[in-house]
Design a protein around this ligand. Sequence first.
Ligand code: IPE
Ligand code: IPE
Ligand code: MG
Length: 254
Amino acid sequence: MSAADDPSASSPTRLPSHVAIIMDGNGRWARRRLMPRFVGHKAGVEAVRNIVVACRERGIGALTLFAFSSENWQRPEEEVGLLMDLFSAALEREVGELQHNNVRVCFIGDRSAFGPGLTARIERAERATAANDGLLLSIAANYGGRWDITQAVKALCGQVQRGELGVADIDERRLAGALELANLPEPDLFIRTGGEQRISNFLLWQLAYTELYFTATLWPDFDRQAFDQALGWYAQRERRFGRTSEQLRQLNSA
Ligand code: IPE
Ligand code: IPE
Ligand code: MG
């Protein structure tokens, strides 16, 4: 019997606990309208708002969004500057709404590259929403999966150097515990909008067993209906984690 034949496998109640999204396609969305790329980034913020609310309504506990990669600094200086201004303004403007929706916001990535103004706003937003428990919204900014693994290795090496940890004690669990998002279950569902089918240095370690969903829809057009479509696709997946379908059925009926 395939997952499609199994009513419990396709039940809309099979929701991911943690969704991770590469929000791609803002530039092309604007270009198609003969507008500067920045207009697409602005429209992208609206899409973020809708998806955050949709996660709250659906009861999804964690949402991780890729907002700016460690490689995005290579974009034209003007675009990078405008993006930083947009993050800063959006943060300031949205904190009230996040509070209202019981959303806790956290940033993952290397913060050392941000200016003092943006850093202060990031810290303020994190502090202001720290007690909210409706949805954990993690924003990946100046984030790279390779950076994440490297910083985790460095942290563990520091512990070894100080005599707090033996090399033999380093295992997957410990390394995972030193990564960003260590306090969260790994993403169940990954979504990339914009048509590209690649990871672009997002959560390299954490996506090991995540279901990968790619859609050509450009991020500013990714609305609740598009999100529900992704959730429906996810609900049909059979997550085997190396086991066989028969084993899963036995486990489920036990
Ligand atoms: C994603 O959209 C937003 C960021 C990377 C900040 P893009 O800006 O990559 O849009 P496309 O891929 O060029 O259309
Ligand atoms: C990935 O999108 C990063 C973000 C969405 C923040 P990119 O547009 O930068 O990815 P590539 O360069 O096409 O792989
Ligand atoms: Mg892109």
